[in-house]
Design a protein around this ligand. Sequence first.
Ligand SMILES: [Zn+2]
Length: 155
Amino acid sequence: MFLTVHATAAIVITQGIQNPIIAFIIGFISHYFTDIIPHGDEQMFDKYNEKQKIAVLAVMAMVDFVVLFFWLNFLLWQNKLPNLEINLVAILASTLPDFINGIYLITKAKFLKPMFDFHFWVHFVLQKKPVAVWLGLSCQTLFFAGLIAILFLKF
Ligand SMILES: [Zn+2]
C-alpha cells in the first residue's frame, strides 16, 4: 500500500491521542492492519528479478514520498493536522514497516527477516491468492477516499 495512504490512515486513527508513544505504537500497528486490505502490489513485482525489484520499489517509494510530502502540506494548510507533533510521530511510525522492508531487501539482515515475513503474511490474511492489480488498486483507492471523507466531512 502507498505510504500516502498509510500515513493518512495513521492520521485518522490517532486523532485525539495526546501521547506520542501511544501514537507511535498505534501508527506502527496500523500499517499491518491496513496492509490486510487488498491494495494491488501483492504480485505487481513478481515479474522482476531481485535487483530490478529493489530499483522499481525505490523509484515508487520516492514518487510516493514526494506525493506524501505535498499531501501533508495540503492537510496542514487545510488545518487537518491540528496536533502536528503527534501527527508526525504517527505518520513516521506508520511508514516505518515499509522502510524496514526496504532495508531488509537491500541488506538481507537476518534480524529483520521475521518482520519482513510477518509483513508479507498480513497481505494474505484476507486473500488466499493475490487479487488482480486493478481490483487491489480499486480497493486501495476506495479506502483512501473513505479516509479523506472522514478527515474532511466529519469535522
Ligand atoms: Zn506494507
